[in-house]
Write a protein that binds this ligand. Structure first.
Ligand code: ADP
Length: 508
């Protein structure tokens, strides 16, 4: 009766707002693709449902075609037709929903940040379930992500299980509890949910603003499995300081809540095959790393006078969570310590974007500092490959992928000990950690002194002990940050949940 956790063959549907590389804003996009591919490799049938954005990277979708049936879905007391497109992204089958709604929900030239995001994504969540129902699919697991598709959980149990789409368990992953998508209660009714019934403290009512509805809270309450993206962050969000108002909800649902550390897509992030790089290289042959460093210096107009000048990289969304004041400090400190700094980042926050534009202009033709304030996938690969040191001074960090990608490319991370950074980077000087795990530099206090100390230690090792540094580079490149272990954990969570549901059904 109870299928073994490793037995293959689950049918898993991811419903998400992002998927790398076609529609990626941050880590969520990487997770949908990376976890999806890893589960597919383990023998499961994995499918993804995404909005059909106008601004997607269409060149990464194979065999895109429109299906000849329309899916009609309910919204604001009416039925709207949706065109459904199907294609393949990184070998995963993906359905793209194009709503034929006069507001052109996903035809806005950007993924998020529109005034009607709540409306757009509650529409999408319902249309995705409608697609599954009308296509007669019988998934074992429906996995939704972040507030944009959190509506799937209450919609499933309140409306779709009664309609016969009742084969699935719902898994919800919160990639960042800072973003909860709250809105006034009345907005919830548009997608057909009963706002009056759901606006209760034990359901979707926001814990601090009682006249608001909280989709993330709804997904915690209504899902069978709730995960976040690292064990340490899972602990942090269960405290009053870290939970952004949801700690009590998480504590009362703690039995189904767990932190699973993300992996990275080691196929896409592989310095020995990476086509974006000037020269491919591996842990056994790191000469190529120096050539990539040389190439980027030339391309960005940095000085190449001293080959062994340490290059510090930073690739990030410039938002307060990422410790922007510490990033700014790190730029100046790097200069004082005799290094070079490349920042690739962009900010949705106008005053931060302006501040960094000011710094970028200040250093415009500088020999050692370059700020590139945009999103650029190909440049990101070149920076990971060129960097000796990679800096992530986050105030909080649910998981963080850049430290893992950096290590895969031989850039040694400097991180603040928080969330997933705490679970993946262990200080080279920390005697409490077994030697094989030590892989970077960590600091605790989110202030300039804390950062100064850790940067000095990293620069010292790099400059005074090249032999040990090289060993460290080879060691971090050889560490396993693939999805294998985490996908196995998800597989176990899914299988146990499916088995419990079957056992309950048979008892009836
Ligand atoms: P978050 O999801 O909070 O943005 P993560 O560390 O989980 O942070 O994931 C960030 C991902 O986005 C990484 O793959 C990183 O390389 C990428 N990224 C962030 N900023 C940029 C940028 N400006 N250009 C290219 N890639 C970026």
């Amino acid at each position: 009766l109870i299928s073994s956790p490793t037995s293959p063959g689950l049918h898993i549907i991811h419903i998400a707002a992002e998927m790398a590389p076609v529609a990626k804003v941050g880590g969520l996009g990487d997770v949908v693709t990376g976890l999806g591919k890893a589960l597919q490799k383990r023998g499961h049938l994995v499918e993804v449902i995404l909005p059909k954005y106008d601004c997607m990277q269409y060149d990464h979708i194979r065999d895109l075609r429109v299906l000849d049936v329309m899916v009609e879905s309910y919204f604001d007391d009416r039925l709207f037709k949706n065109k459904v497109w199907v294609g393949s992204v990184e070998g995963l089958p993906v359905y793209f929903i194009e709503p034929l709604h006069p507001d052109k929900f996903f035809w806005r030239g950007q993924f998020y940040g529109e005034h009607d995001d709540f409306k757009r994504f509650s529409f999408f969540s319902r249309a995705a379930l409608e697609l599954l129902l009308q296509a007669g699919k019988k998934p074992d697991i429906i996995h939704c992500h972040d507030w944009q598709t959190a509506f799937v959980a209450p919609l499933y149990w309140d409306l779709y299980a009664p309609k016969g789409l009742d084969s699935a368990r719902i898994c919800f992953t919160c990639h960042n509890f800072e973003y909860q998508g709250t809105a006034s209660v009345s907005e919830l009714a548009s997608c057909g949910l009963d706002a009056y019934q759901l606006n209760r403290p034990d359901r979707m009512q926001d814990n601090s603003a009682h006249d608001r509805i909280n989709p993330v809270k709804g997904a915690i309450v209504f899902s069978n499995i709730v995960t976040t993206v690292s064990p340490t962050y899972a602990q942090e969000v269960r405290t009053a300081e870290g939970g952004r108002g949801l700690h009590l909800t998480l504590n009362s649902h703690s039995r189904k809540f767990i932190g699973v550390l993300n992996g990275i897509d080691t196929g896409a992030w592989n310095p020995s095959t990476d086509a974006f790089l000037k020269v491919q290289y591996s842990a056994n042959d790191i000469q190529g790393k120096t050539e990539n460093k040389e190439a980027i210096r030339r391309n960005l107009g940095l000085s190449s006078a001293a080959v062994r000048k340490p290059l510090v990289g930073c690739i990030t969304r410039l938002v307060p969570q990422k410790g922007v004041h510490l990033i700014r400090h790190a730029i100046y400190r790097t200069l004082e310590l005799g290094g070079q700094f490349i920042l690739l980042g962009s900010s949705p926050v106008p005053h931060i974007q302006r501040e960094f534009e000011g710094i970028a202009n200040h250093f415009e033709n500088h020999d050692h500092i370059r700020l590139i304030l945009k999103y650029d996938e190909s440049l990101s690969h070149s920076i990971y490959a060129a960097s000796d040191i990679f800096i992530i001074p986050s105030i909080f960090e649910p998981c963080g992928l850049t430290q893992m990608i950096a290590m895969r490319y031989g850039a040694v991370p400097i991180v603040r000990k928080t969330g997933g950074l705490h679970d993946s980077v262990f200080d080279v000087d920390d005697d409490a950690i077994p030697l094989p795990f030590r892989n970077g530099f960590t600091f605790l206090n989110a202030d300039e002194q804390g950062l100064n100390g850790v940067m000095e230690r990293a620069f010292n090792l790099y400059m005074k002990n090249p032999g040990r540094w090289q060993e460290l580079v080879q060691k971090v490149m050889s560490m396993d940050f693939s999805w294998d272990a985490s996908a196995a954990q998800y597989e176990e969570l899914y299988s146990n949940s499916v088995a419990r549901a079957r056992a309950t059904k048979e008892q009836r």
